[in-house]
Write a protein that binds this ligand. Structure first.
Ligand code: MRU
Ligand code: ZN
Length: 234
């Protein structure tokens, strides 16, 4: 299905700040200030009905414009819009793995806290944290609710590859092996976080980044992020 130039332009032109083409630009500017998408790394993709919006590859994410966006028809995966002078993000196959899980949006950060938490868990295939308030910001699909304060949150860690797109199979496998997760850590690289909506993906990414930083700082203090609550001395 090929669209006319005018039809393609209409898909990325809107005054609505919540339009995916506008929202990707705004959120990347926000995420840049957090150190999540610096140096062209990281990004976000948003699904609107059968259209998936994807930013171009190798560009400064904090300087994106709505007319830079690629649009994929889902699930046919045919491009409805391909800016001629750009390539789609190398994260595209990984974003698609999240959409296959039913996501409404997927965020990829290069947060240093995500990288460090994979290093304090070197040799391990997952990161665990428990008994921490912000765990309650993460949904638990098997219960249809959210994790509780006393739950143990477990996030899979996959090994990085030379090229982003080569992560797809191991990320898809991690999603299958951890049905209650909404994030996959990539060792020495960053994290992918997805949510039912762009706002859930955003708040979940914020909760995860908080938990990653807390785990790193706890470990520096000799505390176990997945440890029990200490008894109160009478
Ligand atoms: C600084 S290079 C970073 C990339 O290799 C990759 O890890 C990344 O997250 C962004 O890929 P991109 O294709 O630019 O969207
Ligand atoms: Zn990356």
């Amino acid at each position: 299905m090929s669209l006319t130039e005018e039809e393609q332009t209409a898909l990325v032109t809107s005054e609505d700040p919540h339009h995916p083409a506008n929202l990707i630009c705004e959120l990347c500017r926000n995420f840049y200030t957090l150190g999540w998408v610096t140096g062209t790394g990281g990004g976000i993709s948003i699904r609107k009905e059968e259209h998936i919006y994807i930013a171009p590859s190798g560009v400064q994410k904090e300087r994106l414009e709505p007319h830079n966006m690629f649009i994929l028809d889902y699930p046919t995966l045919s491009y409805l819009r391909r800016p001629t002078n750009l390539k789609p993000s190398a994260c595209t196959p990984l974003f698609l793995a999240a959409y296959d899980k039913g996501a409404g949006a997927c965020i990829h950060t290069h947060s240093q806290w995500a990288v460090l938490v994979t290093l304090i868990n070197k040799g391990k295939k997952s990161f665990k944290i428990a008994n921490t308030e912000m765990i309650k910001g993460i949904p638990r699909p098997s219960t249809g609710k959210y994790y509780g304060y006393h739950d143990t949150l477990e996030i899979p860690i996959i090994e990085n590859t030379a090229h982003e797109e080569d992560l797809r199979d191991s990320l898809a496998q991690a999603i299958k092996d951890y049905p209650d997760t909404s994030a996959v850590l990539v060792r020495r690289h960053g994290v992918y976080v997805w949510g039912d909506t762009v706002w859930k993906a955003k708040t979940q990414a914020e909760c995860y980044d908080y938990l990653f930083q807390l785990a790193v700082e706890m470990t520096k203090l000799g505390l176990d992020p997945a440890g029990p609550i200490d008894p109160i001395e009478e």
